[in-house]
Design a protein around this ligand. Structure first.
Ligand code: FE2
Ligand code: FE2
Length: 308
């Protein structure tokens, strides 16, 4: 079994996103993948962007979308689900002896309860008197669903989420990530079946092994960071005029990874050694660590033996 995984293309805010999408589909074809996984922040849910969804359909293998925090920048969760043709924002699917779980941590917990993250609501909540809000957050009902989903010993499990289950930097990771990891570890005490968790969102590259489970943060297919709001929705013309886009470091390649699983449930992740397109972090005095992880232009390769 072989699948491709990519994340954080941010189609609407990258001047060469169409070229990146072409590069991704070229790779999917060359690798003859069985299915495709997007870890979130793909594009806004507009009529025009239906063309992107149609490309996945036309490619002819199954595809599985994760909802990222930026998917609901301008649309409600219901509209986003409709756009991506998903019945639910968290779900699972099975290939051979592997079950793949897609989590949705785009929730905000306040002292009043839990609600789905939607940029507009989030700002409203931040402006209230609440001292503490938790976001991203995996609600109790979803944790219970997850516990049930990974119960069966006949499967191995790979877990996908947009936000990290390990990163503690500046509230980027899932806020109750330790609770989630404990649940996975508790399940593995019976027999080790949860082998790997993969996430996007941090626009960097990272691999951690914690209590027998690998946590892989997949780098963005587009860029490292962006801090000036005015550059949202910039056009080709603007990019031609300002080729360095000072607030954004672009990766040249549409970074992604190809994951192959053999008949003994050993997992091989083939990453990409890429390059920066415009400026390098050190040119502007940035370290090679951002959002708590490496921003080298790559996606790590990794071998995971199921019996380890
Ligand atoms: Fe992102
Ligand atoms: Fe994100």
């Amino acid at each position: 079994m072989k699948f491709a995984v990519f994340t954080d293309l941010h189609y609407d805010i990258i001047y060469d996103s169409e070229r990146r999408l072409n590069e991704l589909f070229d790779s999917f074809k060359k690798e003859a993948v069985d299915f495709i996984v997007d870890l979130g922040d793909l594009c806004h849910s507009t009529d025009k962007n239906k063309d992107i969804i149609n490309r996945f359909k036309e490619f002819g293998v199954p595809y599985y979308f994760n909802i990222g925090n930026h998917n609901t920048d301008y649309q409600s969760v219901d509209d986003v689900l409709k756009f991506y043709e998903l019945n639910n924002s968290y779900y699972s699917f099975v290939y051979d002896n592997f079950k793949f779980i897609v989590l949705d941590a785009n929730y905000i917990k306040t002292p009043d309860g839990v609600e789905a993250y939607y940029r507009k609501n989030h700002f409203d909540i931040e402006n209230t008197a609440y001292k503490e809000i938790l976001h991203p957050y995996l609600p109790k009902s979803e944790l219970e669903w997850l516990e049930n989903e990974i119960r069966n010993d006949k499967y191995y499990y790979i877990i996908f989420s947009h936000q990290s289950l390990t990163n503690g930097f500046m509230n980027r990771g899932v806020s109750n990530r330790e609770e989630v990891r404990k649940l996975l570890e508790k399940r593995n005490e019976r027999s080790k079946k949860v082998l790997l968790c993969m996430n996007g969102h941090d626009h960097g590259d990272d691999v951690k092994l914690i209590n027998g489970i690998y946590y892989y943060t997949l780098n963005s297919a587009s860029y490292i960071w962006q801090c000036i709001k005015e550059t949202y929705n910039y056009s080709d013309e603007i990019h031609a005029k300002y080729p360095y886009l000072k607030d954004m470091i672009l990766y040249e390649e549409a970074l992604h990874a190809i994951v192959t699983i053999d008949e003994n449930a050993n997992i091989s992740i083939k990453g990409i050694d890429g390059s920066y397109q415009n400026i390098e972090p050190e040119n502007i005095g940035m370290p090679n660590i951002w959002n708590g992880i490496s921003i080298k232009p790559k996606t790590s390769s990794l071998i995971i033996k199921s019996c380890n």
